[in-house]
Design a protein around this ligand. Sequence first.
Ligand code: PHE
Length: 472
Amino acid sequence: ATTGSDGITKRDGWSSRSAFILAAIGSAVGLGNMWRFPAEAGANGGGAFVLFYILCVVLIGLPVLLSETLIGRHGQSAAPESVRRMAQESGKSRHWDVLASVGVFSAFLILSFYCVVGGWVLYYVGAFVQDLFTTGLTGGAFQGRPAEEVEALLPGLFGNGTLMVGLHVAFLAVTFYFVARGVSGGIEWVATWLMPAFFVLFVAITIYGAFTGAFAEALSYLFTFEPSKLTGSVMLAAVGQAFFSLSLGVAGMMTYGAYVGRDVNLGSTSGIIAGADTLVALLAGLCIFPIVFAAGLEPNAGPGLMFQSLPRAFQDMPVGSLVGMLFFIMVFFAALTSSVSLMEAPTAWVKDKFGIARPIAAAIVSFGALVLGALAALSFNDLSEFQPLTGFALFEGQGMFDILDTLTSKILMPVGAILTSVFVGWIASKRLVDSENGLSGGLHVFWLFLVRWLCPIALALILLVGIFPEVF
Ligand code: PHE
C-alpha cells in the first residue's frame, strides 16, 4: 500500500467504477430506506409526504449528491481537507471547510443511534434463527404463536435496557472491524454480492405481499396527494428523510468521492445512486403498508413499523422462518454498509487531524459512539424520563434517541447541504466545478440553477417553516 502526500492510502481506491457505484448505493441503502422511510411516511400522513420526498430527491438531493462527490474527488482527501483544497485553488477562504466539519460531526451523531437500530436487527436475526431451529422449514414463522405475541417482540426488547445496549455494542463492533481494516476490503464484497441479492429477495417479498396484502389500499395511501396535508413540518420531515436516505449533508459522500477515479462520470453516477436508493425506499413502502392495512394496524406506528408488520407477514408465508431470517440478515448487511460509511467520515477526520493510524482513529470514534448510543438505547427504557430539550417545539417530549435523529436529519443535514450548495454554486471556481461534474448542455445549466438558487433558498425556507411552524 502506498500512501499519498494527502494521507489517502492508494490501495483504498475502489477497484472500478461499478465498485464505487455499489459502495455508494451501499451507503445510501440501509435502515433509512427499510425502517425510517415507512415510519416517516406513516407518521406524516402518507401521500403528501411521499410525493414531496420524491420531489426533494430529484431537485435537491441529486444536485447536492453530485456536489459532494465532486468536492471529494477533486480534493482526494478526508472531507474537510478536500473542501479546503478546492477553496484555496479557487482563491477563497480555507474556512469553508466548516461545511465538512459540520458533516463529520453529524455523521458521528447518526452513527451512534444508527447502531442502536442495527442492534434491533441483530435481535430479529436471532429470533428468526431460533424459530427456524424450533419449528423447522415448512409452514410460516412463529407457528402457533398469536400475531400479538410476535408484535410484542419489539416492546419486549425495548423494555430490556441491558440487552439493547449489548446489541448496540455488538453492531458497533462489527462496523469498527470493517472500518479499521480500510474501505475497500470487506465492504466492496458486501456491496457487490449481498446488496444485489438483497434487492432480489426484497422484490420477491413485495410481489408476494402485493397478492396477499391490501395492496390497493397501500398504493392509494402512499401516492394520493392531498395538498392540505403538506404542512411545514411534513416538508421538513420529507427533506430530512431525503438527506438521511441519500447519506447527504454529512460529508460521507465527499469522503467516498475521494476514492473515485478520474474516468468516472459523476453526473450519471449520482443519478444511478439516487435512483436505486429511492427505488428501495418505495419498495419498502409497498412491502410494508399492504401488510399494515391487511392486518388492520395503524400506519403511524412509528419506529416499530418494519419490525412489527413484516414478521406478521412472515407468519403466514410458506417457509416463513427462512424468508424472515434471510430478510433480516440482508437488512443487517444493508445497515452495515451504511454504518461503515458513517464511521468512515469521522475516522478519516480523526486520523488526519491527529496523524494516527486508522484502527486507532476508528477505535476513538467507536468509543464516543458507544457512549452516546448507549444513552440513546436507554431512552427507550431506563432513561425515558431524560428529555433535556423539551421546551423547544421541535424536540418536545423527545428522549436521546429521538433528539439525535431530529437534530441530525432536521437541522444539521439540511444546514450541511445549504453550505455545500452555496460552496459549489458560488464560491468554488467555475472551471474546477465544470471539469469535475461530467454534465453538459442543458443538464449542466439546470444543475447549476438548482445548486445556486433552488437548493439553498428552498432549504432555508423549509427549515424556517419546519422549525417555527407557529410563525407561518
Ligand atoms: N443513508 C443511510 C440509510 O438510509 C444512512 C446514512 C446517513 C449513511 C448518512 C451515511 C450517511 O440507511
